[in-house]
Design a protein around this ligand. Sequence first.
Ligand SMILES: [Zn+2]
Length: 432
Amino acid sequence: MSSISPDVVRTCKNIIRDRLVPLFVYLPFWAHIATNCKILISYSVQTAGIDPHNNIYFNPDFLRSLNSRQQLFLIAHELSHAAFMFFERKQNRDQKLFNVAQDYVINAILTDAFEHHTILSKSKFQPPGILYAREAIDYTAEEIYAMLCNEQQSMQSPGASSSSSSRSGSNSSWQNQMREVLRQIEQENLILDALHQALEDGVIIYNEELESSATGSDMEVAVRKAWITAKQAGTLPGSLRKHLDQLLEPFVEWDVQFEATISNSATRENKNRYAWNYSNRRQDSYGDIVMPTLRGHRCKAVVAVDTSGSMHMAMRRSHNADCTYLEQAMSEVEHLRKEYDLDIFLLNCDVQVNESEWVHPWEDLPSFTGGGGTNFVPVFEYIENHDLNPDILVFFTDGYGNYPEEAPPYDVIWVIFGEYHPPFGDVIKIPV
Ligand SMILES: [Zn+2]
């Protein structure tokens, strides 16, 4: 454990500084995470590492041995452990196995992101010795952990056939690779990067002024911000989006809210129409919009998003620092449709309906800009004039605007940013 010469510190600082530029340009999601983490160098790690406080370490010799793209990959790899909240999600799992599992996920996502990038894919980008299997992109770290545990068990009792093989194809090369990895762990030959504690000999080379690296809920806020920013810039790799969707909980608990709406409709003669989990709804009552869901039920949902000027206010709630009402609304729409695997008819309005389109579950949500005043009436007129006949209208707004004089013949859920209470419909209030 030798001390680090000023020359080496300077070189490593320059490397990180130089890699941050392409990180911001090509991989902004990771760049945002980087602003929340301290980066250090230390000879106590063989390659790289992250401690439970989300401090990131690089072995200076290893870092300098890599080409610029490999350095970028390595930096993004460690930042991904922070973004995917390794230490929070590990819970009481075996740290080494969970490290392997998350490494597979991270390396698959990064490889996918690099491969699909014309500039990043120009030369070799995977650092040597990484755990990589293309298939891992379809699994969560928790699922891969379970697969590893199964493999471990079947290796310990060779008589029993491996049941985990079915998911990745029997005797796949990934399965063989996992077995090799498990053998290496047993022999303590595998270099892993999740550290048990902060390293004492680390020298900070990035974010010296940061009091400490973000952890827990602060990191979650950072991930949300990074997510929203990268998503709006259209730079969030699809595979990453899927993993983050699983990670980031929506503010509104949609299942609970819909249950509430269903029970609030108790006075309605046909309240069972709204029981999302029962398929006793009349099949002949649908107009020209029919929305199948994977659960085998059909629901016609129109989602309206108020894009007027006041929706561009920043949420003050610490959970979503710096995120605007509109950004939070779009994030809630994303969770709502994912929760129910929903086709939605999406409207965007200020004093009029500006854009309207079907968005299928596998399609990205459009990004809305907007501005100007608010009038809700055109949305209700649009629904009527186009014979949409929805089961439900979910309206995201701060609530200030002109309302129709009468409630429409379908359920309305207002998702209100602030305290306003609309004259009809169910209300979900989001504190701002
Ligand atoms: Zn790792």
